[in-house]
Design a protein around this ligand. Sequence first.
Ligand code: NAI
Ligand code: 15L
Length: 268
Amino acid sequence: MLSKLLMTGAAGGVGAALRPLLAEFATSVVLSDVTEITDLAAHESFQLCDLGDSGAVAALFDGGVDGVIHLGGVSVEKTFDLILNANLVGAYNLFEAARHHGQPRIIFASSNHTVGYYRRDEQLDNTVLPKPDSLYGVSKVFGESLASMYFNKFGQECLSVRIGSCFPKPADPRMLATWLAVEDLADLCACAFAAPRLGHTIVYGASDNAESWWDNRNADFLGWRPKHSSAKWRAEVLASASRQDARDPAVIYQGGGFVAAGHPSDKS
Ligand code: NAI
Ligand code: 15L
């Protein structure tokens, strides 16, 4: 059991869904975001923080924390200046603050968009070279690289989770492969905090879906066995899906729509 867990990006979709599940492995939880959270449970507190502000990020660790779930940041393709502040400077500020405050383990919300330019007929393990599909994907590669360097140089342990699609249910045929139930994500966090050794490990964050592009055997030592599956929504998703063109890059590649999207600063 952790005594104090810090979760950034707590006001977002994943943060809101994870919150009720964290009491399983943390006695108290500090929630942080640029958006205020007011509906706090007894074991939760809130601290407003822009991840781009190094002093504010360091203050999140005041009094000590013994685990971090880092969800905060820009979560889709956006202009480079927005991504720079939240995802690059923000990740750096977080790792630096952790380094100076006892090096609690970090779970870093990376993304499948680090490898979005691999085809859907390829199976990826956690040793493949990154092939990001967006500036957003590049920012998550930066976060993973930071985690790797902070472990090798300073011994800061981190689990980089290349999350697939963590939503209440799969919304389209692609998500039948990429869907991650939030309960499986919570179990993964618990495994990472409890593991005797974590190092810097990369794992793909998907549930036990019938269709899968990702091989997590190199992370088996974590003992994580996802229990949920997209299967129960398969018929519903396929019935409501529009016809797919097999030549469409958004269908060929794992990153889907992120692959097909142009540069965010170009006028449409
Ligand atoms: P979200 O966009 O709903 O939540 C992100 C949160 O970060 C928001 O509450 C936002 O206010 C906060 N944030 C943004 N900029 C910030 C800044 N400068 N300082 C502090 N907080 C800031 O995203 P979601 O879906 O909850 O995802 C959480 C994390 O997981 C993100 O890092 C995202 O990139 C990653 N992820 C999510 C996936 C999903 O399927 N939901 C898939 C892959 C990765
Ligand atoms: C992500 O990285 C995004 O944060 C999320 O909004 C989804 O687009 C997800 O990937 C996905 O690929 O479905």
